[in-house]
Design a binder for this molecule. Structure first.
Ligand code: PHB
Length: 399
């Protein structure tokens, strides 16, 4: 096994074990609510703090889904309980425990960052409560509890596309720059593996702290290495700062291309990035510019309901997560626990991103991954899709 991956796994396993210890005394809960009782969905998200944009996008998408599909399911009134964890793992775990024990939610959902999902996995297992991970994207998350189902994406899944594209497009030498935690390390490993397999060379692998990152010293090292391109992953919301410093430090003028996962050119902030973003090629599972009638309907309705805010990939993970929950509740006739979980597995449907499948074995999402380029269309910046890899499974699971 790659030593980097081993370090990441150890760190993540420790976080998960801490969660298990804290969840030790969780009592078993009744899994079938009496008819007439509400169907409660506990949505735990960072609504404040540095990752608040993720919470804002997912809550808006969940509310849109309910507005479009009604607030009753299987004869029960849907009650969405939104809790703010401010992006702090201990808080996510405590709030989730309260939702399971006191509120007796049928399902936990949300989870804006990997450490927050890992901290909560033991609560889902012990409370026998399905946990729909709408945002957090480190490969191993779904392996931390048999009750976890993912409706967002994984970093290995979306990184393959840009690694292949780079190797085929005269990019020979790359420096990788990622946020130093689970998804960043997944992105770094996947990029390196696929790019070098196709003859590319990695000149340096840089890891930037997740909290309050100062990109300047790292970008200087990229410049000094004189690669053809820098491959980057930073979580949703952080891309603007990286992009700004990339241009301020003159990396673009030094002829270094920026390539990335779609997290960096997130639709929530893309339009405010300015010309420095134009031409950036990335790979991801969702672009607000995805040219399908279903996506056009979704983007129009989302923007109308949210003062013109453009939905990003987090919103789509939330919207599809609600779809998975609603359809499962119909199948389970409103029952929770195992019956609800089983009805989530194997769902196939058309998402605003395209056709998706919840793999019944892995409980992870299988989806198309698109190669996109930032272009100015009618005065606004969009990730315009120009190629795709069809039905990509998380390759992290097969390592
Ligand atoms: C994560 O913490 O798993 C995460 C957060 C934001 C992203 C991607 C991954 O854009």
């Amino acid at each position: 096994m790659n030593p980097n991956r081993r370090t990441a796994l150890t760190t993540l396993a420790r976080a998960a074990a801490a969660g298990a210890a804290a969840a030790g005394a969780l009592p078993a809960v009744a899994q079938t609510a009496a008819p007439g009782e509400p169907f409660k969905i506990g949505l735990v998200l960072p609504m404040t703090g540095p990752f608040a944009s993720t919470g804002r996008q997912i809550e808006a998408a969940a509310r849109l889904y309910i507005a479009q599909n009604g607030d009753t399911v299987a004869g029960r009134k849907v009650q969405l309980i939104v809790k703010d964890d401010a992006g702090v793992a201990d808080t996510t775990r405590r709030l989730s425990q309260e939702l399971v024990v006191n509120e007796k939610v049928a399902v936990l959902a949300g989870f804006g960052l990997t450490p927050l999902a890992l901290a909560t996995a033991p609560i889902a297992t012990q409370g026998k409560t399905p946990m729909v991970v709408m945002a957090a994207a480190t490969s191993i998350i779904t392996e931390q509890s048999p009750y976890i189902v993912r409706t967002g994406f994984t970093l290995p899944q979306v990184t393959l596309g840009i690694a292949e594209w780079a190797a085929k497009n005269k990019i020979r030498k790359v420096v990788t720059l990622v946020s130093d935690y689970g998804p960043g390390i997944d992105a770094e490993n996947t990029f390196k593996q696929r790019f070098t397999l196709n003859g590319g060379q990695i000149a340096a692998e840089l890891r930037v702290p997740l909290r309050n990152p100062d990109f300047a010293p790292f970008l200087q090292r990229v410049r000094d290495a004189q690669p053809d391109a820098m491959f980057a992953f930073v979580p949703s919301g952080v891309g603007s700062a990286l992009m700004k410093q990339f241009s301020e430090r003159g990396l673009d003028k030094a002829g270094i291309r920026l390539i990335a996962t779609g997290d960096v050119v997130d639709d929530d902030i893309l339009n405010d990035m300015g010309d420095v973003a134009v031409g950036v090629v990335s790979s991801h599972h969702y672009s607000a510019a995805h040219p399908s009638p279903a996506n056009k309907r979704f983007v129009d309705a989302f923007m109308k309901a949210n003062n013109g805010m453009r939905p990003n990939f987090m919103a789509v993970g939330g919207y599809d997560g609600m779809r998975v929950i609603y359809e499962a509740a119909k199948t389970s006739k409103g029952a929770g626990g195992e019956a609800l979980l089983n009805a989530m597995k194997g769902q196939i449907f058309e998402s605003p991103r395209g056709q998706v499948l919840i793999d019944a074995q892995t409980r992870d999402i299988v989806q198309d991954v698109y190669i996109r380029k930032v272009e100015r269309v009618d005065g606004k910046l969009w990730n315009v899709e120009f190629d795709k890899m069809a039905a990509v499974k998380d390759p992290g699971k097969t390592k």
